[in-house]
Design a protein around this ligand. Structure first.
Ligand SMILES: NC(=O)c1ccc[n+]([C@@H]2O[C@H](COP(=O)([O-])OP(=O)(O)OC[C@H]3O[C@@H](n4cnc5c(N)ncnc54)[C@H](OP(=O)(O)O)[C@@H]3O)[C@@H](O)[C@H]2O)c1
Length: 327
C-alpha cells in the first residue's frame, strides 16, 4: 500500500483581503493544511485563525518564520514589503509563494532570486492566472497556431474606487496605483502570449499623491503586431483579453485573469468554452506549488524566475516611460 503523503504545512503572512480568499482555496487542495498565520496584530491573527481553523497564530512575521514546522509561506503583504518578507522566510529555509508584483523593481526581484538560489529553497511569484485551466488552454491553442499568426491583442483591467490615501491600493509608500496592482495582468497576458515587445509606448494619469490612476500601453511586435493594454482605478472596464489571429479571435471573457469562459470565433463559427470554478482559482497555483515541494524543486517550470524577471523589468520600463517613481 502507498504511504500517505505528508501534509504540507502552510503559513500566511499579512492577513488582509487576499489572505482570506487564499485560505479558503487552500482548504480545497489535498495534501496540505493552513497551519499558521501571522499578523502585526495578535487579535487579527486569532480572529483569522478561528475563521479557518488554523492551529498556530503569531503576532509578528518573524515569529512565524521561526516556526520550524512551517513548510511553505504565502506572502500577502503590500508590494513594498514583498522583498523583505520573502527573504525573511527564505533565510529560514521556508519555501515562499509571494504575491504579485514579486517586488517593487527588478533589483529587488534579482536579490530575492539570489537568496532563494543561495539557500536552495523554492521561490515563486503568485501569478495565479498562469495556472488557471482556461489560460493554459488558450496558451496551448495559440502555441499550436490553430488560428494562424497574431494580428493584435487587447487586454484591460479596470474598476472604480474612491481615492483614499490611507488604503494600500492608493498609498504610494506601499506601491499603490493601478499599474503595479492590476496593470500587471494585461502586461502578463501580452508577455505570456506574444512574448517580449520590441518597443513600448505608455501614458498615464495620476492621483494627487503621485500614484498612477490609469495607464495605457501599446506593446509593439514584429510584423506590425500590437498589444493594446490598459489599467485604471477610475472606471469599470470590461476586464477582458482578446487575441486576434489571421483565422480566428479568442476572447477571454470578463474577468479574464480569473476562472472564466472563453469564446472562439473562426470560420467554423462561434464556440464558448466554460472554465468557471467553484473556487476563486488560487487552488491551481497552490497545487502546483505543493507538487514542486514534493518533487524537491526550487523553481517553477511555469512561473519561472526568467518570466518573473521579464515581468518586473517590463513594469520598470513602463514606469520609466510614464515617470512613476517609488522611493
Ligand atoms: N492574486 C490576487 O488575486 C491578488 C488580489 C489582491 C491582492 N493581491 C496582492 O496581494 C498583496 C496584498 O493585497 P491585499 O489586497 O490583500 O491588501 P490588504 O487587504 O491591504 O492586506 C495587506 C496586509 O498586509 C499587512 N501589512 C503589513 N504591513 C502593512 C502596512 N504597512 N500597511 C498595510 N498593510 C500592511 C496587513 O496584514 P496584518 O495587519 O495582518 O499584518 C494587511 O492586512 C498585494 O501585493 C496585492 O498586489 C493579489
Amino acid at each position: 500500500m502507498e504511504k500517505p503523503l505528508k501534509k504540507i504545512r502552510w503559513g500566511i503572512i499579512g492577513l488582509g483581503n487576499i489572505a482570506h480568499k487564499f485560505a479558503q482555496d487552500l482548504m480545497t487542495v489535498e495534501g496540505c493544511e493552513l497551519y499558521a498565520v501571522a499578523s502585526r496584530s495578535q487579535e487579527k491573527a486569532d480572529s483569522f485563525a478561528s475563521e479557518y481553523n488554523v492551529p498556530k497564530t503569531y503576532s509578528s512575521y518573524e515569529a512565524l518564520a521561526n516556526d520550524a514546522q512551517v513548510d511553505a509561506v504565502y506572502i500577502a503583504t503590500p508590494h513594498s514589503l514583498h522583498k523583505e518578507n520573502t527573504i525573511l522566510c527564505l533565510e529560514k529555509g521556508i519555501a515562499v509563494l509571494c504575491e504579485k508584483p514579486f517586488a517593487m523593481n527588478l533589483e529587488q526581484v534579482t536579490e530575492m532570486i539570489a537568496v532563494a538560489k543561495a539557500q536552495n529553497v523554492l521561490l515563486m511569484e503568485a501569478l495565479w492566472t498562469y495556472f488557471l485551466p482556461h489560460y493554459q488552454y488558450v496558451l496551448k491553442t495559440l502555441e499550436n497556431k490553430t488560428y494562424g499568426n497574431f494580428l493584435k491583442m487587447e487586454a484591460d483591467f479596470g474598476f472604480y474606487r474612491e481615492f483614499d490615501d490611507t488604503k494600500r491600493l492608493f498609498k504610494k509608500s506601499l506601491g499603490g496605483g493601478s499599474l503595479l496592482d492590476i496593470g500587471i495582468y494585461p502586461i502578463f497576458a501580452a508577455l505570456s502570449i506574444l512574448g517580449i515587445p520590441n518597443n513600448i509606448e505608455a501614458r498615464a494619469t495620476f492621483f494627487d499623491n503621485g500614484a498612477d490612476s490609469s495607464c495605457n500601453m501599446t506593446f509593439h511586435y514584429d510584423n506590425q503586431v500590437k498589444a493594446y493594454l490598459k489599467s485604471t482605478l477610475l472606471e469599470e472596464t470590461p476586464t477582458e483579453a482578446i487575441i486576434h489571429c489571421e483565422k480566428g479571435t479568442i476572447k477571454l471573457q470578463s474577468r479574464f485573469h480569473e476562472p472564466t469562459s472563453i469564446t472562439i470565433e473562426s470560420e467554423k463559427g462561434k464556440e464558448t468554452l466554460n472554465f468557471k470554478s467553484d473556487t476563486f482559482g488560487y487552488n491551481y497555483e497552490i497545487a502546483h506549488f505543493n507538487q514542486l515541494i514534493r518533487d524537491g524543486k526550487t523553481e517553477s517550470d511555469i512561473m519561472t524566475f526568467e518570466f518573473s524577471e521579464l515581468l518586473i523589468k517590463t513594469l520598470d520600463d513602463v514606469r520609466m516611460k510614464i515617470g512613476l517613481e517609488y522611493n
